[in-house]
Design a binder for this molecule. Sequence first.
Ligand code: AQP
Length: 328
Amino acid sequence: MATIFSGIKPTGVVTLGNYLGAMKQFVDLQDDNNAYYCIVDLHSITVQLDRVELMNNTRKLAALYLASGLDPEKATIFVQSEVKAHAQLGWMLTCIAGMGELGRMTQYKDKSQGNENVGAGLFVYPTLMASDILLYNTELVPVGDDQKQHIELTRDLAERFNKRYYETFTMPEPLIQKEGARIMSLTNPVKKMSKSDTNAKGYISMLDEPNVIRKKIKSAVTDSSGVISFDRENKPGISNLLEIYSLSTGTSIDDLVKQYENSNYGTFKQDVAEAVVALLEPIQARYHELIDSPELDEILDAGRAKAETVANKNLAKIEKAMGLSRKR
Ligand code: AQP
């Protein structure tokens, strides 16, 4: 049994990429582990968001966590900003992080590109993520592979803290799946699918209506060879659809390639779309039952209380290790 922590930013409605790369694993891991799954709203304010939209997104994400199969009896589900220790430890870790190492984070480089007024929050984001993870003595962090560099930084900060002060932190390891670790944009399959993409055709939201899903997959960018085979470099669009299809149905990519040997892209895309619709329809039905229910608030309140107890206890130890306590 390992301690697990992971989170998703409520910057928009979660995508099929977030689900296949992260959330699906969350569900598989909740049975035999001590799992914490967070809605990391403090991370989402690193970009400017409308306040009401953010509140709605937070609630939607909580409902989608549950609708996807997360069970509050097994996992602790909570909102990051409600457990104040995250921000406190985030500041303490910011003070031991270097400008150079933060500047090397590819996500920061990508998101700040060409923007001179980029927010300072985006720059220090990885120290808050380190705080989320280290606060619970986390051993495993299930993430998509875009987050690998941030986990490495978390380990560096933990090691630095342990050497400089006391042996305080557990070293976390990333848990990245072989398949689904990077679902790509439907309009530009060399770029990852993102919920904040300004072009909604690039992503499938977990709440897209079946006909919207069909349309988006039908217009997904592919190539002109007409052959259905897996080759990420030369056929990124078809390879991405094969991966989505495989993860949505549990059929291996090799079997799908054999099955579609003599098919055209039109038939293949239609079947991919139906597989995604079949995957998301039951999740959406459960989501609609939960979104306005008092049960959702009760679950989040209980999750906050549970997370807070562990986080506050650990924060007191970490503060003491750093000298943030009065000499009596
Ligand atoms: N395209 C993806 N394929 C596989 N996994 C993905 N993840 C994100 N996109 C993909 C994984 O989802 C988890 C939650 O991510 P996040 O919301 O905290 O941040 P993100 O990685 O920046 O996700 P987005 O959708 O791209 O958000 P925006 O557009 O707001 O920046 C993580 O485990 C991530 O790896």
